[in-house]
Design a protein around this ligand. Sequence first.
Ligand SMILES: CC(C)(COP(=O)(O)OP(=O)(O)OC[C@H]1O[C@@H](n2cnc3c(N)ncnc32)[C@H](O)[C@@H]1OP(=O)(O)O)[C@@H](O)C(=O)NCCC(=O)NCCS
Length: 160
Amino acid sequence: MSPTIRIRHATLADLPALVALERRAFTTDHLSPRQYRHHLTNPRALVLAAVDTSGLLGKAVVLFRKGSSVARLYSIAVDDAARGRGIAKALLRAVERGARTRGCTRMRLEVAQKNIGAIALYEKLGYRRFGACARFYEDGADAWRYEKILRVEKSTKSSP
Ligand SMILES: CC(C)(COP(=O)(O)OP(=O)(O)OC[C@H]1O[C@@H](n2cnc3c(N)ncnc32)[C@H](O)[C@@H]1OP(=O)(O)O)[C@@H](O)C(=O)NCCC(=O)NCCS
């Protein structure tokens, strides 16, 4: 990923850009402005933004449950023009670090069975398929369920 791109916590100031990216990146199951506002102010959510001087390039949302060591990747997207530059990979690694910091040992996610690009991303980063959910999405598409065991990293790089 280019050194001009950085990953940081998203804030309420990012709300319009997050919602606009959401609309561009997904054809269904959009996170609403209300949901984003909730996640941005909720300690049981982690919302990270990939940015450069032009603005928001990507985002990832992870949810945590009280008493659970399983984190859930709720949403990840990179703007069309910024794809293929390692931004999703960097966002995923950053949310995994954030989950580990909160004591989580697993990350789980759902992905549309037809979303070949996202499936390739998750498998490349060590996620393993462990189940399926029929008609998971608003458009009736089926999902795979994926999980990754979050091992302690050797790197001392800090979480955003
Ligand atoms: C899926 C998505 C987040 C990938 O973002 P990205 O920044 O382009 O991904 P990266 O550049 O970090 O790719 C990392 C790896 O993922 C895999 N990958 C990503 N997109 C891929 C694609 N379209 N086809 C095949 N492999 C792909 C590759 O293995 C890639 O590694 P490589 O470049 O060394 O080959 C992006 O395409 C997107 O926002 N899609 C729309 C929203 C979406 O589907 N989100 C996931 C919902 S579950």
